[in-house]
Design a protein around this ligand. Structure first.
Ligand SMILES: [Zn+2]
Length: 401
């Protein structure tokens, strides 16, 4: 395959096998026509970008039935308010600033600007979540972002002070198009700020469930510098985040337009110390994924052999990679409980485990809960004290428990 960024020939370092659409929760009459692709990650040793080889058509992943509404998590609402406040305090200095967000979802971040009366625009490809954003007073257009959308925005609103994104940039195969769009959209001293799951955290934790259809890239600071550098941007700041099991906030500006923080030098050095620029690092990551799979399957089989009930907690998109890679179906996990109404009554992609409302877990505790939403562990442990104190056991695909 060719690297999506620099066109170098690259080879996947492993395969997670045949995968369905991660968020493609479905009904039994849809099982027969379910879509599958091969999930194979690769590392480009020229531009240092971690990417997946094959990505399904975006229309299969981000459409009107798209089930993910950011607003459903109080924790995420708090996070986005803090993100918006930080942008406001640090990067919106001029008069009547204008902020644009890519993949603005249900307006969870932009509403914080809307409330301050700041000019803003959300660019969101899914019509149903865009509609939800508008209901919250967030000005939103239904589009994919690129150079054309950028010129359209500039024509109507003028250039932007900040272009923001959260958990979106890693979804977009054509990042060169995004960089061109950002260059057209932003003022001379404008900033491009985005955060996404962080490669350094994924490698450290072996949290391979970050790898699924929507995440065409998992970024490091080294790769982000190489992706946006050819388009005239440089990293000016980096901020580690706790969200999604370890994320990074990248701040870029046109070369020389802003001063570069000490965090940039430090984190780039840390990444080299961790070996994120070396292909050997990904070979040993593959070995740890294989060990994690063997361990999880063994633990679940032991539970079954002991006659214990195992239920999944949180039907996340990420769980699709774990379930399909490890071959875990309803014979090992009775059902998965989830608070998102649109998923309830459906079945998980590929392995077809039933998804039930949270009450199915809370009203009849299993012996063991398999925690898929492990990145919200602290929040969940607090909420589920009664289960844990009553002898309930937790499992995840990560760690030694
Ligand atoms: Zn490359």
């Amino acid at each position: 395959m060719k690297c999506r960024i620099c066109q170098e020939n690259i080879t996947p370092f492993m395969t997670y096998g045949r995968m369905p659409i991660a968020n493609g929760f479905l009904l039994p009459d849809q099982f027969e026509n379910e879509y599958f692709f091969n999930l194979t990650p690769a590392f480009c040793d020229k531009c240092l970008t971690f990417q997946i080889e094959e990505q399904p058509d975006p229309k299969l992943m981000f459409h009107d039935q798209y089930a993910f509404f950011s607003r459903t998590s109080v924790h995420m609402q708090r996070h986005f308010k803090a993100y918006a406040d930080w942008v406001y305090d640090n990067h919106l200095k001029g008069d009547s600033p204008f902020v644009v967000e890519l993949g603005s979802n249900d307006g969870i971040m932009l509403e914080n600007f809307a409330k301050r009366g700041i000019r803003h625009l959300g660019v969101e490809p899914s019509a149903n979540v865009a509609e939800e954003a508008r209901r919250h007073g967030v000005n939103t257009i239904v589009r994919f972002f690129g150079p054309e959308t950028a010129s359209e925005i500039v024509e109507e609103y003028g250039q932007a002070d900040a272009l923001l994104a959260a958990n979106v940039m890693c979804h977009i195969p054509d990042l060169n198009g995004i960089a061109k769009g950002a260059s057209a959209l932003l003022k001379q001293d404008g900033v491009l700020i985005f955060e996404d799951p962080y490669l350094g955290s994924m490698i450290e934790k072996t949290s391979y469930d970050q790898i699924y259809d929507e995440h065409v890239f998992i970024f490091s600071a080294l790769s982000v510098a190489n992706i946006f550098g050819p388009h005239g941007f440089e990293l000016i700041d980096l901020l580690k985040q706790e969200t999604h099991g370890g994320s990074m906030r990248y701040v870029l500006a046109r070369k020389g337009a802003r001063s570069v923080s000490a965090a940039v030098t430090k984190i780039l050095a840390d990444e080299k110390a961790q070996g994120l620029h070396l292909s050997e690092t990904y070979d040993s990551f593959r070995e740890r994924c294989e060990a994690s799979k063997a361990r999880l399957v063994r633990l679940l089989q032991d539970e079954k052999a002991a006659g214990r009930r195992v239920v999944g907690y949180g039907a996340t998109s990420k769980s699709t990679t774990i379930l399909n890679y490890c071959g875990i179906g309803p014979e090992l996990v009775e059902f998965i409980s989830d608070t998102t109404p649109i998923k309830q009554g459906k079945f998980t992609p590929g392995m077809h485990i039933p998804v039930k409302p949270y009450s199915a877990f809370a009203e009849n505790y299993p012996d063991t809960a398999l925690l898929f939403a492990w990145n919200h562990k602290a929040e969940i442990m607090e909420k589920e004290k009664a289960f844990t104190e009553g002898g309930g056991k937790w499992l995840t695909h990560i760690g030694e428990d």
